[in-house]
Design a protein around this ligand. Structure first.
Ligand code: SF4
Ligand code: SF4
Length: 402
């Protein structure tokens, strides 16, 4: 008797369809492999918020009894495989329910596997993934974070590549034949997708991560009030006044100390303080009051609170003064303004390098001007045509190829 327990860690809304297709694919592949399977989601609330980390689980078992035994838990405390479909989550997972930061590998059993889609090198990822008190395997599917399943993003076969990789990782539960059979039967199935699964099976890169490897930082956590410490009734205090900065020449707004939000971030703003015209728009429009007013009147986005929504970039009237950059190329949450104040030339080099970094792939928050989607479609068509979306279960996917 044995079971394979998988968690699928994903970004709410952006990857909701993708995660559910992976979970469903695991169950169907298990059945095709002569096993039992079930899948379920972790939350009723947070997955519906843009970018908030969320989880689905899938359990595969040798027998019906084994499956039922595992289903008796509210959620698995340990998983054999952690599937992560956005490598910016390698910095940790903070959702509503954990009250702190959960390392991406926290539930992974000793000698289990973290399976991730990423174009980063193993060593770069291990600068972000927290250390674990047991060795485990890190397996990579070479792909950028996928938003396939959202209506405007291109279909990229991520769900079947994950299934193919799982067949390699846990052949006793999911055979490659079982995976291919399931893909053919699902409504998003196609021969091309079967080939993608086989390629992922053949090309999966895996490396053991030793006890000594990984980000040594202690993940942040905090004490929540106990029930006997809470006030009677419901009161929502007004946000207190912030604090002045540097003899009143600047200002730091008060922020929620508990829900830090920065793990929701897939991109962060990089500010060119030399071109800022101090118009205040970023400061006013930021939904999370992230911007500190600096002594010189410029605005510094506080990376402990920025959720990476991109509003500041959209409202800034100065071209390329604020640029959203892939979160995976940053190592810390240090103040950009302080870096700029200390050494402007050095900051300029740093800023240019970060904005120009393409190795972790360009990410986008969508469209910056009216007609951009049409333009992108046209260039795709000129390049030979692509499937723009083909995988949303229940939709007439076959009619969405241009
Ligand atoms: S991306 Fe900009 S607007 Fe959005 S939370 Fe961060 S600082 Fe605020
Ligand atoms: S919106 Fe742009 S120009 Fe205006 S204050 Fe913010 S960074 Fe400076």
């Amino acid at each position: 008797m044995a079971a394979l327990i998988c968690e699928i860690v994903y970004r709410g809304i952006f990857q909701k369809n993708l995660a559910s297709r992976i979970a469903r694919g695991i169950v169907l592949s298990a059945r095709k492999s002569g096993r039992w399977g079930i899948a379920f989601g972790r939350y009723g609330d947070s997955p519906q918020r843009n970018g908030i980390p969320a989880k689905d689980f899938a359990i595969v078992a040798d027998s019906k009894e084994e499956l039922e035994q595992n289903m008796a838990r509210y959620e698995p405390k340990h998983v054999d495989v952690t599937i992560c479909v956005d490598d910016t989550l390698s910095k940790g997972v903070e959702s509503w329910a954990w009250y702190g930061l959960q390392p991406i590998n926290r539930l992974t059993v000793p000698n289990g596997t973290v399976l991730m889609t990423s174009l980063q090198r193993f060593d770069d990822l291990l600068q972000d993934i927290h250390k674990k008190d047991a060795p485990y395997q890190l397996s990579l599917i070479r792909a950028k974070a996928s938003f396939s399943g959202l209506w405007v993003y291109k279909e990229d076969h991520t769900e079947v590549r994950i299934l193919g990789a799982l067949a390699k990782i846990a052949p006793a539960f999911l055979t490659l034949d079982g995976v291919c059979g399931a893909i053919k039967e699902m409504e998003w199935g196609s021969d091309l997708k079967v080939e993608s699964a086989k390629k992922a099976y053949a090309r999966l890169e895996t490396r053991e991560v030793k006890l000594t490897e990984g980000n040594a930082e202690v993940p942040f956590s905090f004490e929540m009030p106990k029930w006997w410490e809470m006030r009677e009734g419901v009161t929502i205090p007004a946000i207190p006044l912030g604090k002045p900065k540097e003899a009143g020449k600047g200002y730091v707004p008060e922020r929620n100390p508990y829900f830090k939000k920065y793990t929701t971030r897939t991109m962060r703003p990089v500010v060119n303080f030399d071109t800022c015209v101090k118009c205040t728009l970023c400061w006013i429009q930021c939904p999370d009051s992230c911007f500190d007013v600096m002594p010189d009147g410029t605005y510094d986005a506080n990376m402990e609170s920025c959720c990476g929504c991109g509003v500041c970039e959209a409202v800034c009237p100065v071209e390329k003064c604020i640029t959203m950059v892939n979160e995976s190329v940053f190592e810390d949450n240090a103040s950009q303004w302080e870096m700029w104040r200390k050494d402007k030339d050095k900051y300029h080099v740093w800023m240019t390098e970060k904005i120009g970094d393409k190795k972790a792939t360009v990410r986008s928050h969508g469209f910056r001007f009216r007609g951009q989607y049409d333009e992108e479609l046209k260039s795709d068509l000129d390049a030979g045509g692509v499937e723009i979306t083909a995988g949303i279960p229940g939709e007439n996917a076959q009619h969405k190829t241009v």
